[in-house]
Design a protein around this ligand. Structure first.
Ligand code: AMP
Length: 116
């Protein structure tokens, strides 16, 4: 359940990505198929496949994902207009990459909460 995905290769810089932030516990980079003018993924360095595998020990890092998302939005000038933070889980959540990540979407009105 802790198999590596393409995101581990990005963390190790084995494949290219537009990394906008990193620290000891998280890495943030631009989504390769942006769904909004600003679409950034904030991921833990630790492999947690889905929200279902997150534990109490992960709570500090999971909160950090949100504060870093807000920091990135502020630094890029779209915090005041607003943005959406989203974590997809498993098939019904539309998850494609099984390394938990927080989507930061902004730069225009993001639209309805649930699509399609
Ligand atoms: P999710 O559906 O929540 O698992 O989202 C996975 C996201 O990862 C999608 O929005 C993809 O466009 C994005 N993605 C997949 N591969 C890459 C990559 N190599 N670099 C940046 N983003 C990626």
């Amino acid at each position: 359940m802790t198999e590596e995905t393409i995101f581990s290769k990005i963390i190790r810089r084995e494949i290219p990505a537009d990394i906008v932030y990193e620290d000891e516990s998280v890495v943030a980079f631009k989504d390769i198929h942006p769904k909004a003018p600003q679409h950034i993924l904030i991921i833990p360095r630790k492999i947690i496949p889905t929200a279902n595998e997150a534990t109490e020990n992960d709570e500090k890092m999971l909160g950090h994902l949100i504060t870093i998302a807000a920091q990135i939005a502020k630094q890029n000038g779209f915090a005041d207009d607003g943005y959406r933070l989203m974590i997809n889980c498993n098939k019904h959540g539309g998850q494609e990459v099984y390394h938990l990540h927080l989507h930061l979407l902004g730069g225009k009105p993001i639209g309805p909460m649930v699509c399609g």
